[in-house]
Design a protein. Structure first.
Length: 363
């Protein structure tokens, strides 16, 4: 009898679920890295997720090079961006297939292209403004959607997988990008910094989203409950990847964790599926130290990221006189709890401290 994960009559999700169930904890951890290891017993080859294609396939030999994104944006031509996305995907797939024939699964040979960059170019001190489509949210969204649709194609399988980066509010001074805390109002967030990401997720069905180096309103972008909740609200069904070595910034520059194992645990718990860098090499150490299990021991229920109103449909609401520390939206009494309950919107760090100590302090 054919194994379910090998059965082409099943959906990709059904096959993937069966395959994931067969992995050991160590094998699962090995697939959280950008340079995922092979699992020969299940026929899984090595795969390197890191490839670039902002204006043509990069760093993988001869390829068609288009103008930088800021130059392409000056055309205001969505049809042209769609065509450029198509050409880039065609060349990436050709290079990928040729590399596979030679057993080459190294970096820059995969079908996951970390493009486009849909940040807004509003600060000339930022060293990567040329990668963007400029300062306008509407133009960025329209060109980004066209590029992603061209790159991913309309076939049964993706021609190549695009990735919207860097989520979110990432366009500050280059020298401060690893420690910068982008303080942004809800209005500016919704009107300026999120519309392009929303469009690429909801219209173009972009396969990947990459988190930024910076914090957003105090929380690291790669472990930010508010940003993860936005993706859930939009129906994002792809993978979330950290920017390269961004998770180590949690303890080295942002100071939100004490060490590498805490950083790995925080990112994984919050919903970062893939680590570009080496921090997820410590996922098993975090598991062994109990940094993931400790929340289960405190009575926490671990679920996929989502809004609080969605969670209450499955785990119930709190009762009269009870207190909840919520990191999700729709956190008001009467939604997460009865009208006589008390519900507070808190950061992930405060929620963790409350769970571990049993107390929620009010200033």
């Amino acid at each position: 009898m054919m194994e379910r994960y090998l059965d082409p009559s099943l959906t990709p999700d059904e096959r993937a679920e069966d395959l994931a169930d067969r992995l050991t904890v160590e094998e699962q951890a090995s697939q959280l890295r950008y340079d995922a290891l092979p699992i020969p017993r299940l026929g899984i080859p090595a795969y390197n997720w890191w490839n670039e294609g902002l204006h043509g396939v990069a760093r993988a030999g001869t390829a068609t090079m288009f103008p930088q994104a800021i130059g392409m944006a000056a055309t205001f031509d969505t049809a042209l961006l769609h065509q450029i996305g198509e050409i880039t995907a065609t060349e990436a797939r050709a290079k990928h297939m040729a590399a596979r024939e030679h057993g080459d699964f190294d970096i820059y040979k995969g079908l996951t292209l970390w493009a486009p960059n849909i940040n807004l170019f509003r600060d000339p001190r930022w060293g990567r403004g040329h990668e963007t489509y400029g300062e306008d949210p509407f133009l960025t969204a329209r060109l980004g959607v066209a590029f992603v649709k061209g790159m991913q194609g309309e076939g049964k399988v993706l021609k190549a997988a695009a990735c919207a980066k860097h989520f979110a509010v990432h366009s500050g001074p280059e020298a401060l990008r690893h420690s910068f805390d982008a303080q942004v109002s809800p209005k500016d967030l919704e009107e300026s910094y999120l519309p392009a990401f929303h469009a690429l997720v909801t219209e173009a069905k972009v396969e990947g989203v990459m988190g930024a180096y910076n914090r957003v309103n105090g929380e690291p972008s790669c472990a930010n409950p508010m940003l993860m909740d936005k993706l859930h609200q939009w129906g994002f069904a792809g993978y979330f990847v950290s920017d390269c070595w961004a998770i180590q910034d949690f303890h080295k520059h942002h100071g939100v964790t004490k060490n590498v194992t805490e950083s790995a645990a925080l990112a994984l718990r919050t919903g970062c599926d893939l680590n570009c860098g080496n921090t997820y090499l410590y996922v098993l150490a975090a598991l062994e130290e109990g940094l993931i299990d400790v929340f289960l021991d405190c009575g926490a229920q671990v679920t996929n990221p989502g809004c609080a109103s969605c969670l209450t449909t499955s785990i119930g609401v709190i009762g009269d006189g009870e207190v909840m520390a919520s990191t999700g939206c729709f956190h008001y009494s009467g939604c997460c709890g009865t009208p006589a309950s008390r519900v507070y919107l808190v950061s992930a760090r405060t929620a963790a401290q409350a769970a571990l100590s049993g107390y929620l302090y009010q200033a």
